[in-house]
Write a protein that binds this ligand. Sequence first.
Ligand SMILES: [Zn+2]
Length: 151
Amino acid sequence: MIDTIPLPATDDPHDAPFWSAALRSELVVQSCEGCARLRFPPRPVCPYCQSTAHQWRVLSGAATVWSYAKPSSPLLPAFEALTPYVVVLAQIDEDPSIRIIGNLVSPAGGGITGVDDAGLAIGAPLRVAFRQYAPDVALPCWTLLGEAVGE
Ligand SMILES: [Zn+2]
């Protein structure tokens, strides 16, 4: 039985820079040196031009809601304990073909449970935020742009 949320391995050489950047609260994707296109998730070869040369580009963290879900039972026990929560599929501003999944969180901090999602809608503006789950794992999450601290 899985009783903790599954966490990614962060030592794969192809995506280790993504996880290192996340620990610094930076959202990065690969930028192909062959065709200049951005790609995510990380992979060794560009799917557009087959070049293996790439750099890591820091994104602004700006995105919009492409889709979202509010999971309900039956869930794995570790997720059941976290309900209610919202999973967002965020379309990044720099390249609409890139969508990154993450939980909705409050800009004031805290976890994923019971976040105010009153402004949640397809197309709503988001900003990336990071939550650390282990010494080597920070996961990208998303805040609704209209929900600023202290408002
Ligand atoms: Zn390419």
